[in-house]
Design a protein. Sequence first.
Length: 443
Amino acid sequence: MLVAGLAAPAHAAGYADPTVALSATHLSGAVGAYGDPSVTVDVEQAGMPAGLLRLRVVSSSDPSVAGVGDVRQERTRTGDRTLTVRARAQGYTDLVLEVTGRGGKTATATLSYAASARVAAAPVTRYLTGSSDASAAVDAGGGHVLVADDESNVLRLYDRSRSGAPVKTWDLGPALGWKKEADIEAAARVGDTVYWTGSLGNNKDGKYKAERNTVFTTRITGSGAATEVSFGSAYKGLREDLVAWDAAHGNRYGFAAGTATGQVPKRIDGFNVEGLEFAPGSTTTAYLGFRAPLAPAVPGGKALVVPVTNIDRVLADGAKAVFGEPIEMDLGGLAVRDLRKNAAGQYLILAGSFAADDNSDPYALYQWDGVPGHAPRKRADLPTTDPGGWEAVVGVPDLRVRGARVQLITDSGSADLYGDGTEAKDLDHPEWKKARAVWFTLG
């Protein structure tokens, strides 16, 4: 019964229930990180402006990882909220959110948060989420980078300056009829065409998988966040061409043995391609950089680069590959993990071990002019204490400038990011998978 002149109790007003929805139910961060990813919270109640609804974090399942007071809330123009979390320690916690509307009615949602450990280069580190096995990168312009994953056939476009999910994705599997991953390991761009290659080797069990024996192209239109990618063409015989070429020259590098059934690829005498870039001044000759084999010319072996002199015709017409004189270079016993040049013809070689479990092995950056017979020069040793192996060079700065900075990306698929013994590639939630992109200053 209502009393004249008095407002009805809020609970009797018949207000609609509020709603709360998250742009992602899982979020990854890092201890001491800069620019960690955020999640957007959409709050609504019929007849009530979103900006007047109250949103708060009411509990944390593990405050030692991140507590209620470690969640920062900012309002958007529409009245929704953007949440970021300050991680205290490595691990997992569930953060319960509650929105309160008119009539005292409430709704809740849970944000599952995972924090990786602090890294030494935190100020210049960004995390590319949605994938942990980054394997090749191409500068898309406008501060964005196109990244491949050797555990899927998806290309992802990221903002290089921010941590978080990809801006856009493209799954190339259907275009090529792939049932398994192509083990994409390297890329090179000429104009609006990007050449990509699988590793060309056997899988980790020594078995031949046709998808890995693929070189293909994509076409890029636009740049930055407006980048679009379309499939071009593919060639599925480069491995056989390489084996035949090596056999015709006395099996100098043991390609036939390296591709034999049962041979695993990541051995000093294995077969595994991880670098691709064009020769100086050329749009038709591409350098293939090998993680394995190492050339047996010196103790410990030399890194091997094989020129494909008609890569344009190989992809455009399906022509058999033609190879130039192989290039052997001393990288201190390391192999090619990526190969990238700039418009001035300056190359950076990312060098690392041929081995499979090599995250703690040495890595280094070498400068080269791309000329066969000219020796590369070491520019930097890379840290190996952080999770994940260095895998891709985004772009090459002007190497004549003192203090030039280069951004490298890790393959963190085998890393235990959250301290529970789970490898990143096996995590249940894509939002918790991530690779690191780190800026390094060259001396």
